[in-house]
Design a protein around this ligand. Structure first.
Ligand code: ZN
Length: 361
């Protein structure tokens, strides 16, 4: 073994030994002085070696940036480059196909429609969170989808600003798999959020039509699947699904689910007939997806946490339907005005306070 050459360009790939002898062949030098180089039996030249004719390292090629003291070292360097490129192609992850009968859906759609039967990303192409969104980060895609699971709840948390810049948001999804309960955190939440999940294209949707099931006459919530509208049990039976896998939306206003970072306002009626307008920033949304229309769960099932400019509590749980998206926060109030709005917020009877869901680190 010879000493590894350190080129002026900083490359560390060794070209001081004949490691690739037998893999390349130099052809007849052209009239213009360039020597075609064939690699691994290629029919066409992979590169051309030529000499600058001066200095201690005159030899280079058209496609490599380095200069060498010997012609064969230029050829060795080309083989190194070919091998590196080939290895990069082999390492490159391949997007997983979307199975027939499924389509990609965003977490917002899943949460708002109460969709529970999904396939979640099991493996994804690596995206450096610190370079998120830049060419260094690489494209986002799923390399392996899970088997179908049943969602229990979905939480999307924003982080404090300096962590957010580095890692993005945080997402937590709890689900029932064939192997039992599973809790999945996506610390690089932007990635998970962008990829969403797969949902069956024939996912039935809960309707609001107050009617009887055409198939069994039951007086209960109806699901629309394709052209058919039927009650939960009839729909589940026809699709071959467990009834707990049918969608069960909890958001009372299925139009609004505000991503963390969204600026919102909430109007709160005052005792004197006036209205306080609070503005703030959405910090988190959380939605439970368990329960059925005949067995509703008995606790707060969906909420949006908002950090209001007047809040003493960091963030308050709000109903999405009470919020409205705005373009800018209200200017900071005077001390007197702040006192007034705090008291009206604190005395509000339907303002529910829950423990903070997870860490914002
Ligand atoms: Zn029925």
């Amino acid at each position: 073994m010879g000493v590894i050459e350190t080129s002026t360009k900083g490359h560390t790939m060794g070209t001081n030994t004949r490691r690739h002898e037998g893999r390349y062949r130099m052809g007849k030098r052209n009239e213009d002085g360039r020597t075609p180089l064939y690699i691994d039996g290629s029919k066409d030249p992979v590169d051309f070696i030529w000499s600058t004719g001066h200095g201690g390292r005159p030899w280079t090629t058209e496609n490599t940036p380095d200069f060498h003291d010997r012609k064969w070292k230029a050829a060795e360097r080309v083989v190194d480059m070919v091998d590196a490129r080939r290895a990069a192609v082999e390492r490159r992850p391949v997007p997983a196909a979307v199975p027939e009968g499924y389509r990609q859906a965003s977490w917002e759609e899943i949460a708002l429609s109460g969709i529970r039967r999904v396939m979640v990303p099991e493996e994804t192409a690596y995206v450096d969170p610190a370079h998120d969104g830049t060419p260094d980060g690489g494209p986002r895609f799923v390399t392996r989808w899970s088997d179908p699971v049943r969602l229990v709840d979905v939480t999307w948390l924003s982080r404090v600003a300096h962590h957010r810049a580095e890692y993005g948001d945080f997402m937590n999804v709890n689900m029932i798999t064939a192997g039992g309960f599973r809790s999945t955190h996506w610390p690089e939440g932007d990635h998970a959020i962008a990829l969403g999940a797969l949902v069956p294209v024939d996912t039935p949707l809960l309707t609001v039509s107050p009617s009887f099931c055409a198939e069994c006459g039951a007086d209960s919530a109806l699901y629309a699947a394709g052209q058919r509208v039927a009650c939960g049990p009839c729909t589940a039976r026809r699709l071959g699904w467990e009834i707990e896998s049918l969608p069960h939306p909890h958001f009372e206003s299925p139009k609004a689910l505000y991503a963390p970072g969204t600026l919102v306002e909430m109007r709160v009626p005052r005792g004197d007939g006036g209205t306080d307008i609070h503005t703030g920033t959405v910090k988190e949304w959380h939605v439970r997806l368990d329960g059925t229309s005949t067995k509703p769960i008995g606790y707060e099932a969906a909420n949006v946490r908002v950090s209001f400019d007047v809040s003493r509590y960091g963030a308050d749980n709000c109903r999405a339907s009470e919020l409205r998206k705005i373009d800018a926060l209200a200017p900071k109030s005077t001390e007197d005005a702040t006192m007034t709005t705090i008291s009206s917020t604190a005395s509000r009877p339907d303002m529910i306070r829950l423990r903070f869901l997870g860490s914002t680190l």
